[in-house]
Design a binder for this molecule. Structure first.
Ligand SMILES: Cc1cc2nc3c(=O)[nH]c(=O)nc-3n(C[C@H](O)[C@H](O)[C@H](O)COP(=O)(O)OP(=O)(O)OC[C@H]3O[C@@H](n4cnc5c(N)ncnc54)[C@H](O)[C@@H]3O)c2cc1C
Length: 430
């Protein structure tokens, strides 16, 4: 174990969302003393669509037997729409996505961490973090101090720990999406087909308005059916939202719900009090998600899929990898490098590709149309994607199939990889 970690100076995990709670559970199970800090008291809400690809259950098998404690809703059908109204319905043989409410899911993960032996401290709003030679010290808003030889920062997209330690000074507006969403009981607002995830990619809120060039609006819109609720939202890359969208967030949302109602897709009314705009890092993980004695997991490290904005799965994976890296280390000198390598090995390729794919698709709306057309015409390709979402195929296999069917995209990905490696090599100190 890393020198200095003890029951009196446990590993500190900041943030008890999916990344932090998973990290704390894994550390406790490895018999590493751990203290999980969060500014909230659980159960607490987190703005989120609450859609998890079913592969999370394969990756975290213990989840399946615990999910009966909360409301879940499994979905096997996806409706996908492009910026010009082109559409396809994709169906999988079994459930591909699991719908949960974060207020319940996160409380469940925190309970699992506590049941494994993690100590939970709520109401601990970390405002300062400082790394010295042998110790990292965190200070909370109410003046408490916590010190540890190692900190896993899982404090979300606005990570105070990442900022205060200088690991990430903040995301540029092109690397975050503003997701504007409401989670409303079905008694007030409901989608008329709760068996289907409804997703519009390159969503254009003024579909009848003039279209300039071939670029697609850099955003999406969705309806996620829950057992007793529905989540309806729109997300835009923040830089695009600032440049191209004039409407205020809730005006957009109300207009979107009205449009869905006119099209016979939902019934009922939007509820303002359930509406919570929030940021998602969609520009890919930080090149260095750790430094010295501090490891960033989940949104704090940018572990989100750039195309789907799926972050729960990657938060849990990066949280667990951070914990395993800490539990398996005998010193801190290699900690950051080992963690980066572990993340890179398991989720690096898919997250990097997702960002390239996001940019590739938004650059030309006709590419989105071709993807949607392909979903209809090439059932084998579609099946591979669904198998991957369900956890029955690896990303490596999926990538090979996708690239074989899309030579333009393949050459773009190869070029971007080469370019990045070239830049890294040139800038590496000799
Ligand atoms: C509107 C919206 C819709 C989304 N939809 C989906 C979806 O359908 N599926 C999906 O997979 N992903 C979705 N995402 C992304 C997903 O919500 C995140 O990727 C995920 O929550 C990241 O988990 P995390 O544990 O890293 O951080 P979080 O879930 O943000 O948890 C961070 C925790 O840290 C605590 N904290 C923060 N700052 C401090 C501090 N200073 N001191 C102490 N504690 C602190 C917070 O209270 C919180 O509990 C969505 C995001 C948004 C905004």
């Amino acid at each position: 174990m890393i020198a200095g970690i003890s029951p009196q100076a446990p590993v500190l995990v900041v943030g008890a969302g999916p990344a932090g709670a998973t990290a704390a559970r894994a550390l406790a199970l490895a018999r590493v003393p751990v203290r999980l800090l969060d500014r909230s008291v659980f159960p607490r809400n987190k703005p989120c669509g609450g859609g998890i690809s079913v592969r999370a259950l394969r990756r975290f098998p213990y989840l399946e037997r615990e999910l009966h404690r909360i409301a879940t809703h499994a979905v096997a059908r996806l409706y996908l729409e492009g910026p010009d109204g082109e559409a396809a319905v994709v169906e999988s043989d079994g459930p591909a996505a699991l719908m949960i409410r974060r207020i319940e899911f996160d409380a469940l993960l925190v309970s699992l961490a506590q049941e494994a032996g993690a100590e939970l401290v709520t109401g601990a709003d970390v405002v300062q973090a400082r790394e010295d030679r042998d110790v990292v010290t965190l200070t909370t808003r109410d003046g408490r101090r916590f010190a540890s030889p190692v900190v896993i920062a899982a404090d979300g997209v606005h990570s105070v720990v990442a900022r205060r330690t200088g690991i990430n000074s903040g995301w540029p507006a092109s690397a975050v999406a503003l997701d504007m969403m409401e989670e409303t009981p079905r008694s007030a607002l409901r989608d008329l087909d709760p068996t289907t995830l409804w997703v519009a990619y390159g969503f254009n809120p003024a579909r009848s308005g003039p279209v300039k060039g071939h670029r697609a609006p850099e955003g999406y819109a969705y309806i996620f059916p829950k057992r007793d609720h529905v989540n309806i939202g729109i997300g835009y890359v923040l830089s695009h939202y600032r440049e191209a969208i004039a409407a205020a967030p809730y005006t957009l949302q109300r207009g979107f719900v009205a449009m869905l109602r006119d099209r016979g897709i939902v019934a009922g009314e939007s509820v303002r009090n359930n509406f919570t705009p929030f940021l998602i890092p969609v520009g890919g993980p930080l090149r260095a998600p750790a430094r010295g004695r501090v490891l960033l997991a989940g949104d704090a490290g940018g572990f989100v899929n750039g195309v789907t904005a799926e972050g729960i799965y990657y938060a849990m994976v990066s949280g667990e990898l951070a914990a395993q890296t800490v539990a398996g280390a005998s010193g801190v000198s290699q900690l950051a490098r080992r963690y980066r390598r572990a993340c890179d090995y398991e989720i690096g390729a898919e997250l990097r590709d997702s960002v390239l794919l996001q940019r590739f698709l938004f650059a030309d709306r006709r590419r989105i149309a071709r993807v949607i057309d392909g979903a209809r015409r090439e059932p084998e390709m579609t099946r591979s994607i669904l198998e991957f979402a369900a956890g029955r195929g690896s990303y490596r296999q999926l990538r090979r199939r996708l690239l074989a069917g899309a030579p333009m995209l393949a050459s773009r990905l190869v070029w971007e990889r080469l370019r990045k490696n070239f830049v890294v090599r040139r800038t590496r100190p000799s």
